[in-house]
Write a protein that binds this ligand. Sequence first.
Ligand code: PRT
Ligand code: MG
Length: 212
Amino acid sequence: MVTLALSKGRILEESIPLLERAGIVPEEDLAKTRRLIVGTNIPDVQLVVIRAADVPTYVRYGAADLGIAGKDVLLEDGGDGLYELADLDIARCRLMVAEPDHGGAGAAGRTWTRLRVATKYVKITERHFAAQGIQADIIHLYGSMELAPLVGLADRIVDLVSSGRTLAANGLKAVEHVLDVSAWLVANRAAMKTKYEALRPVIAALAGERKI
Ligand code: PRT
Ligand code: MG
């Protein structure tokens, strides 16, 4: 059995047409089903649909042989035990540093001195600022980073931007580019040795070389 882990949410939306082009047809509508394990038209291929941030963990431990995950999630995870096989060129966006358009609430009444940055991407953000010689205090949030500078929780945020509408709607502007992001096909390192014959056609189909 080959198990492919898919990221829920916006990567899933773009993974569905990718599977279709690869000739892999899920037995249930992935956008609607409540099942977490879904079989496919290929007898030895099954899908698991999980939180985006959990994909590297499933693949690392071999609970899934293959996975589709954003480069943002992979870099933050560190990628131990994984091979990054192919850029699937879906779910494209940019990881950016952003700040209030007009100075913001943080600056005036604030009691802290060091730069405060709110983000879901603690490791990537630490590395980004350290590379510029800036010691930033990183505030770890799980979502809605755009709110943090508006209520004086942080000076800046590091978050994903695609159309730019979310930043604009909250009076923020992108000031630095951190990383170009897209979803990648990843594999468990051990499975690439022990199950290569089974994985090969699935990898080739997903990477767009030939239908399964
Ligand atoms: O539910 P969970 O907490 O696990 O994740 P989530 O709800 O934050 O995001 P989800 O599951 O929909 O997908 C996350 C993955 O999609 C990321 O890891 C990226 O690889 C990829 N991706 C691509 C994006 C975006 N584009 C994106 N624009 N993930 C999030 N966004 C958000 C961004 O955080 C911001 O709030 O969309 C907003 C900005 O969009 P614009 O168009 O207004 O600029
Ligand atoms: Mg979500």
